[in-house]
Ligand binder design. Structure first.
Ligand code: FUB
Length: 334
């Protein structure tokens, strides 16, 4: 299928239904001379656009009209940011009537933190809080508001996402970390994503702080080991609920799968369930899952429009299906 957005390069789409429309909050990829490296320096983004569409009826036979609402936040707007506005997400807080844009970026010391910006409309503009969320770190924030109104923030990413620098604890960033980009060795546990409850205004974590999120291997009931690159968490956390179960989905990074795991609570533990999408063209794979007009949609990206340039990605959408047991049917890229 052709990309949904072609006027600019976009990636890491977080899709939400607000006021009967789908709003897409993606990264805005741009050209750069920075060479590809494992830190992801080539993903040198400097602003965010918001997009919306009114309907996916008739898709994929007919393509939706997508509206670009323009720039809603940029590096210069945020006092604590030095560079790299990476994968964002958004949420609506019914308690305050505000929309929140969550975004990771490097602070002035080069450490990834997660910031929040507040707006009155889903399409922004958004005014950033002057400091990042206290206790936030790493990348790829994803919000989830449960049926009881409690909001959670999922996040984390290996390698350039710096998750491996926190092996000593949530508040212990080892800036001089020179070791492996993730745990290594047979039987050693992989590093999990992180999750924290959000406060009433959804601009801070609660006093509970942040917890490790565990994905279990179904055959052992033990955490997926670090050398299981086909199944271990790498980045691109997302949470959705289907038939009362919590579906945590993520990218496996260097094996390029979108995978999912199922749990009974927003904190997990989650048991690995399978793959959602086989590898697309391009190194990264990052997605969101949303129900709209009675169907379930996977928003994701690939590099077809740029003919395989890894840091110039484009957002696509694909319908997904569940089987009778609630397993997601694996899709092939199109
Ligand atoms: O877009 C920059 C980074 O690439 C994201 O944070 C990752 O999830 C990967 O898609």
């Amino acid at each position: 299928m052709p990309p949904l957005i072609t006027n600019i390069y976009t990636a890491d789409p977080s899709a939400h239904v607000f006021n009967g429309k789908v709003y897409i909050y993606p990264s805005h990829d741009r050209e750069t001379d920075i060479q590809f490296n494992d830190n992801g320096d080539q993903y040198d983004m400097a602003d965010y656009h918001v997009f919306s569409l009114d309907t996916l009826e008739g898709y994929p036979d007919s393509l939706p009209t997508v509206t670009d609402h323009g720039v809603v936040l940029k590096t210069e707007d945020v006092p604590w940011v030095s560079k790299q506005l990476w994968a964002p997400d958004a949420a609506y807080n019914p308690k305050t009537g505000k929309y929140l844009l969550y975004f990771p970026a490097r602070d002035k010391e080069g450490i990834f933190r997660i910031g929040v910006a507040v707006g009155d409309k889903p399409e922004g503009p958004f005014v950033p809080d002057p400091e990042p969320i206290r206790g936030s770190y790493s990348i790829d924030p994803a919000t989830f508001v449960d049926d009881d109104g409690q909001a959670y923030l999922y996040f984390g990413g290996l390698w350039g996402g710096q998750l491996q620098c926190y092996q000593g604890g949530h508040d212990k960033f080892d800036a001089s970390w020179q070791g492996p980009k993730e745990p290594t060795g047979k039987g050693v546990c992989s590093l999990g994503a992180r999750v924290g409850k959000l406060s009433e205004d959804m601009r801070q974590f609660t006093d509970e702080g942040v917890k490790d999120l565990v994905v279990l291997a179904p055959e052992t009931g033990e955490p997926v080991p670090a050398d299981d690159h086909d199944r271990r968490f790498f980045e691109a956390a997302w949470m959705h609920k289907y038939n009362g179960k919590y579906y945590f989905s993520y990218s496996t990074g260097d094996t390029h799968y979108l995978a999912y795991a199922i749990g009974d609570s927003p904190y997990g533990p989650f048991t690995y369930g399978g793959r959602i999408l086989e590898p697309v063209l391009g190194w990264t794979t990052h997605h969101s899952i949303v129900e709209f007009q009675g169907r379930w949609w996977l928003f994701h990206h690939d590099c077809e429009l740029s003919k395989g340039v890894d840091h110039l990605r484009s957002v696509k959408v694909k319908e997904i299906f569940y089987d009778a047991e609630g397993k997601i049917v694996t899709e092939k890229p199109q």
